[in-house]
Design a binder for this molecule. Structure first.
Ligand SMILES: NC(=O)c1ccc[n+]([C@@H]2O[C@H](COP(=O)([O-])OP(=O)(O)OC[C@H]3O[C@@H](n4cnc5c(N)ncnc54)[C@H](O)[C@@H]3O)[C@@H](O)[C@H]2O)c1
Ligand SMILES: O=P(O)(O)OC[C@H](O)CO
Length: 335
C-alpha cells in the first residue's frame, strides 16, 4: 500500500515519518513548494519540526495532481476548519478505492460536523473507507521516536487492521477500534479542556486544579460522547482519557500553551501570535463543541467557560468564579 500525507505541519510530518519507518512507501504534500523541496532534498522541516531528521525515503511534493492518484491511503493532516476547502481541491484526484484517514481534532464550526462526516460529505466516499487516527500523540515526542500508542478507528474492522499494519513501527503502536464517534469527540473536546488547564496554570494554580479540570473535563467529554453514540470504553481509552491527560499536562501542547498565555494576561491576539502559525484547534472548536452540546441538551460548563474567555471577553478569574459558583451536585458524569 502507498500512502500520501496531505499537510506538512508538525503532525502531518511526524505521521509521514511514522509511515516510512513502518515500511509503507509514503509521499508528503506541502502547500508551499519551498517546504516540499526542503523535505525532499534536506530531509528536514525546520518550520514545524526543527532538529528532526526525516527518513531519506520520504518523498515530498506540492502538486496535488502528482501525489494523490497513486495513493491507497490518503492521510488528511490539515486543520479542522480548513479540511472542507482542502478536500474540495483533492477529491477529483482520489483513487476510487482509496482509504481516507483523518488526523484532525476538531468540530467544523459552520456545520457542527465531525471530521469523518465532513470527509464523507465532500468526497462522497462511504464511511467504511474513512478512518480516524487519534490518541496521546504530541508530534515532537513521536518525531523523536519516543514510544507512544494511538487508536485507528474505522467502521470496517478489516480496513482498520490493514491501516494498523501500515502505521505500526518500533516506536508507534496503533490499536484498532470501530468507534469513530468516540475517537473524534475525545480528540475535539480535549483541546478545549487543555485550554482550560493552560489558563489555570497561567494564573498560577497547581496540580489539584489541573487534576480537577482533567477529571471534570472527562465527565463533559463522556456526557457529549455517549449522547452522540460513542462507546464508554473509547472515552476511557487512548483517544479519550489518554489524549486528554497528555494534552492537558504537556508544555508541548499548543492548546495548553495558548490557554497559559491567556491565564498570564495575554490578549487573544498575543496568544495567537505566539503559536508561530501552528493551530490550537480548541480556540475555534470551543464554539462548535459548545453549540453541538447545546443542540443535544448536554451541559458542558468547562467548555462554556473556555468559550467565554476566548470569544466573549470573560477574564480567566471570572471564568473560575462562574465554575465554582454553580450549585453543588453528586459526582456523576451524567446530569
Ligand atoms: N501537532 C500535534 O502534536 C498533533 C497531534 C495529533 C493531532 N493533531 C491534529 O492534526 C491536525 C493538524 O495538526 P498539525 O499539528 O499538523 O497542524 P499545523 O498547524 O502544525 O500544520 C497545519 C498544516 O496544514 C496546512 N494547511 C493546509 N491548508 C491550510 C489552511 N487553510 N489553513 C491552515 N493550514 C493549512 C499548513 O500549511 C500546515 O502544513 C490538527 O487537527 C491537530 O489538532 C496534531
Ligand atoms: O498541540 P496540541 O494541543 O494541538 O495537541 C497535540 C495532540 O493532539 C496531542 O495528542
Amino acid at each position: 500500500m502507498r500512502a500520501v500525507v496531505m499537510g506538512a505541519g508538525s503532525w502531518g510530518t511526524a505521521v509521514a515519518k511514522i509511515l516510512v519507518d513502518a515500511g509503507t512507501p509514503t509521499t508528503i504534500w506541502a502547500r508551499r513548494p519551498e517546504l516540499a523541496a526542503q523535505i525532499d532534498a534536506e530531509h528536514t522541516n525546520t518550520d514545524y519540526l526543527s532538529g528532526i531528521t526525516l527518513p531519506a525515503g520520504l518523498h515530498a511534493a506540492s502538486d496535488v495532481a502528482e501525489v494523490l492518484p497513486d495513493a491507497d491511503i490518503v492521510v488528511c493532516a490539515v486543520p479542522s476548519q480548513s479540511l472542507r476547502a482542502n478536500l474540495t481541491d483533492w477529491t477529483p484526484y482520489l483513487r476510487p478505492d482509496a482509504t481516507l484517514v483523518s488526523l484532525a481534532k476538531g468540530i467544523e464550526t459552520s456545520s457542527l460536523m465531525r471530521m469523518s462526516e465532513v470527509i464523507a460529505e465532500v468526497t462522497g466516499v462511504g464511511s467504511e473507507r474513512i478512518a480516524v487516527l487519534s490518541g496521546p500523540n504530541l508530534a515532537r515526542e513521536i518525531a523523536e521516536e519516543q514510544p507512544a500508542a494511538t487508536v485507528i478507528a474505522c467502521p470496517d474492522d478489516a480496513r482498520a487492521r490493514a491501516l494498523q499494519d501500515a502505521f505500526k513501527n518500533a516506536y508507534f503502536r496503533p490499536y484498532t477500534n470501530t468507534d469513530v464517534v468516540g475517537c473524534e469527540i475525545g480528540g475535539a473536546v480535549k483541546n478545549v479542556i487543555a485550554l482550560a488547564c493552560g489558563m489555570a496554570g497561567g494564573v498560577g494554580f497547581g496540580q489539584n486544579t489541573l487534576a480537577t479540570i482533567i477529571t471534570r473535563g472527562l465527565a463533559e467529554t463522556i456526557r457529549l460522547g455517549i449522547t452522540l453514540g460513542a462507546d464508554m470504553q473509547t472515552l476511557a481509552g487512548l483517544a479519550g482519557i489518554g489524549d486528554l491527560v497528555a494534552t492537558c499536562s504537556s508544555p508541548l501542547s499548543r492548546n495548553r500553551t495558548f490557554g497559559a498565555r491567556l491565564g498570564e494576561g495575554a490578549t487573544m491576539q498575543e496568544a495567537q501570535a505566539a503559536t508561530n502559525g501552528q493551530v490550537a484547534e480548541g480556540v475555534k472548536s470551543c464554539t462548535s463543541v459548545r453549540a453541538l452540546a447545546e443542540k443535544h441538551g448536554v451541559s458542558m460548563p468547562l467548555t462554556d467557560a473556555v468559550h467565554g474567555v476566548c470569544h466573549n471577553g470573560m477574564s480567566v478569574t471570572d471564568a473560575v468564579s462562574s465554575l465554582l459558583g454553580r450549585s453543588t451536585k453528586p459526582e456523576v458524569y451524567h446530569d
